[in-house]
Design a binder for this molecule. Structure first.
Ligand SMILES: NC(=O)c1ccc[n+]([C@@H]2O[C@H](COP(=O)([O-])OP(=O)(O)OC[C@H]3O[C@@H](n4cnc5c(N)ncnc54)[C@H](OP(=O)(O)O)[C@@H]3O)[C@@H](O)[C@H]2O)c1
Length: 245
């Protein structure tokens, strides 16, 4: 198994893409920290599935927008497992609003949840990556590359995540830390459950591979980026969108 002996912390690991990433990294042999905000039952069920398959998983209930809490979580993770090898930032919320309805609080919530949390978790992880290695994978969105009405603030927050990904890769490359991102198009999770069927059908039809993504489609690419097979890739965002963009 490619990640045997590695430790991985996945934010947003209780549901959707993050849950699929946690399960996949555990299947590859990694010891998992599953970070979630409030949905303990969902997080427990991901951890239980990992344990039932013979893996190791622990839960960390943390609001990733709160830097002190993130620091404390990282200390607890490292106290338990000794170090961190892989950090995956999948925690996120989606907010759409036409420009007239964009409020400062919506803007702040999106910027804190997306780019700020990436900064907070990366800062917290840095001292605990093994000398000369370490890996961060951030989750962006294809909306950065192909805008849709009403999603400008969400996409701007994710654009910031991509620029942070590229900037941190430059800064941390000399320390052996790789930083990459994936940018999914619509993926079947709780986040997209409320999208009307006709809109989903339109998206499917516009996707060259003629279906919408499942969380595992994204998780497999994250697992590749987290593995040594991707040792020569850093500072990249991979569009995981079935060709939609
Ligand atoms: N689904 C898509 O179509 C799609 C497309 C492109 C990009 N993305 C991005 O992919 C990532 C995962 O999306 P998803 O569809 O898997 O979402 P989801 O099913 O709604 O799950 C969101 C996850 O993020 C956690 N979370 C949210 N805010 C948090 C906070 N402040 N602190 C800690 N955890 C927090 C949630 O924890 P709780 O369970 O405790 O609430 C949950 O685990 C997000 O960054 C999203 O923007 C999604």
């Amino acid at each position: 198994m490619k990640l045997t002996g590695k430790t991985a912390l996945v934010t947003g690991g209780s549901r959707g893409i993050g849950a699929a990433v946690a399960r996949r990294l555990a299947r590859d042999g990694a010891i998992l920290g599953i970070v979630y905000k409030e949905n303990t039952a969902a997080a427990e069920s991901v951890a239980e599935a990992i344990r039932a398959a013979g893996g190791h998983a622990e839960l960390f209930r943390v609001d990733v927008t709160q830097e002190q809490s993130v620091q404390a979580m990282m200390q607890a993770f490292v106290a338990r497992f000794g170090r961190i090898d892989i950090l995956v930032n999948s925690a996120g919320t989606f907010a759409a609003a036409p420009v007239e309805a964009v409020s400062r609080s919506l803007f702040e919530e999106q910027m804190l949840t997306h780019p700020w949390s990436v900064i907070a978790t990366t800062k917290a992880a840095l001292p605990h990556f093994p000398a000369g290695s370490g890996c961060v994978v951030n989750v962006s969105t294809s909306l950065v590359h192909q805008p849709a009405n009403g999603t400008a603030v969400y996409a701007a927050a994710k654009a910031a995540v991509e620029v942070l990904t590229h900037g941190f890769a430059l800064e941390l490359g000399p320390r052996g830390v790789r930083v990459n991102a994936v940018a999914p198009a619509i993926t079947r999770t709780d986040m997209t459950a409320g999208i009307p069927a006709d809109v989903l059908e339109q998206e499917r039809a516009l996707t060259p591979l003629q279906r919408l993504a499942e969380p595992d489609d994204i998780a497999d690419v994250v697992a590749f980026l987290a593995s040594d097979d991707a040792r020569w890739i850093t500072g990249r965002t991979i569009l995981t969108d079935g060709g939609r963009v």
